[in-house]
Every structure is written in C-alpha cells, then in structure tokens.
Design a protein around this ligand. Structure first.
Ligand code: E4P
Length: 215
C-alpha cells in the first residue's frame, strides 16, 4: 500500500520523506490555509521534495471553471493530481480533465455509489473520507470494503485512496482491505514505526552490550 502524507507543511513533509516511506502528498484548501503561504509556492516546494503524486484541489464549483483551474494546476509539475469535489459538476470536469490526460483525485467521497461514479468518469484516485464518517457514528471503513469490491467486480483502474485518517488502526484496516493508498496526517505517520517493546528491547540490548568485554 502506498503511504501519502496529508499536509501542506514543508517541515513535516521533509521529515517523513527522509524516512523513505512517503509515496505522495495530499493537500486541501484547509491544509494550505494553515501554512499562510501562496498555494503555488507551497506546491513547487512539495514537488521538489517528494517524487510522487501531489494532490492540489480546485476551488471552483462549475465544471468549466474547474477544468480551467485543473489545467493550470497540472501545468505546475507532471506529478500534480488535480483534486475535484464529488458533485455532478465535478464529475463533468473530471471526465474532461481525464480525457486530456490530466490525473484527477476525486475528493469528499462519503459513499460507495459516489465512488462508482468517480471510476466511471476516469478519476485516477478516489478519496473516501473515513474519519469524518466515523465522526457521525458510521463505520467509515465499511465503504472502503464496498469500493474495493465494486472496483474489483468491474476491473476499474481508479485507485482507492483512504483519506481523513485519524489513527494507525485506520491505516492497518486500509491495508487489510487492499486499498491502494492511505493518506494520513504527520501525527499518524510518526506513530507507525513506534512500539514500546521496541524501545524497551533496544534499551536492554544496549545495556547488555556494556557487559561484553571489549578487549
Ligand atoms: C484528503 O485528501 C483530505 O485532505 C483529508 O484526508 C481530510 O481529512 P480530515 O477529515 O482530517 O480533514
């Protein structure tokens, strides 16, 4: 499973990328707003750090405007994937952008039927928001299972990108279900390599090593 970082923060991206585990980056308008910097400057810096898909979201809501915005974003770098909201106008825009060879990540997906439509219009990625469903007492992971099954049934090439991830168990469940990609905040990614038994075991090995005669 590919691991993406869900942030527009350059320090976080540099740190996690240095561990060799970051396959791509997803941003959204809220994440970019937190950084207080020009969107295109942030994107230019991200593509210089991570050599993989970098999602950049349009803010228009009419298909024609989304297409114009998407074309401009795609010109920034060949690794840019244009993020488009899953509304009827977004489907129209995705159909057009995909026909021009521009990769689209359809976002704000909350049902497997929305995901079916994303595949039909040729989206490269579909982004179901798991944590936000959990916040409303639904089991977000259930739609990941449904989407993976539906895409398998019909051989759709759209990749399932599990988003709105809140903790490592979401990452584990996404991997067990066979999702293609999981995007997560830095706070979740930094927890993945951690285990208290690893730290206890390492401390013991290092302490025992002191008892080994050195000459
Ligand atoms: C996905 O691409 C979105 O940026 C993100 O995962 C949204 O997550 P949130 O629900 O934590 O805002």
């Amino acid at each position: 499973m590919k691991l993406f970082l869900d942030t527009a923060n350059i320090d976080e991206i540099r740190t996690a990328a240095s561990w060799g585990i970051v396959d791509g980056v997803t941003t959204n308008p809220s994440l970019v707003a937190k950084e207080g910097r020009k969107f295109t400057d942030v994107l230019q810096e991200i593509v210089s750090i991570v050599d993989g898909p970098i999602s950049a979201e349009v803010i228009s809501t009419k298909a024609e405007d989304m297409v114009k915005e998407g074309r401009e974003l795609a010109k920034i770098h060949p690794n840019i994937y244009v993020k488009v909201p899953t509304i009827p106008e977004g489907l129209r825009a995705t159909k057009q952008l995909s026909s021009e060879g521009i990769r689209v990540n359809m976002t704000l997906v909350f049902s497997s039927m929305q995901a079916l439509l994303c595949a039909k219009v040729g989206a490269a990625f579909v982004s179901p928001f798991i944590g936000r469903l959990d916040d409303y007492s639904e089991t977000g992971m259930e739609i990941i299972s449904e989407i993976c099954q539906i895409y398998r049934n019909y051989g759709y090439k759209t990749e399932v990108l599990v988003a709105s991830v809140r903790h490592p168990v979401h990452v584990k469940e996404a991997a067990l279900l066979g999702a293609n990609i999981c995007t997560m905040p830095f706070s979740v990614m930094e927890k993945l390599p951690k285990h208290p038994l690893t730290d206890i075991g390492l401390a013991k090995f290092l302490a025992d090593w002191q008892k080994v005669p050195k000459s």
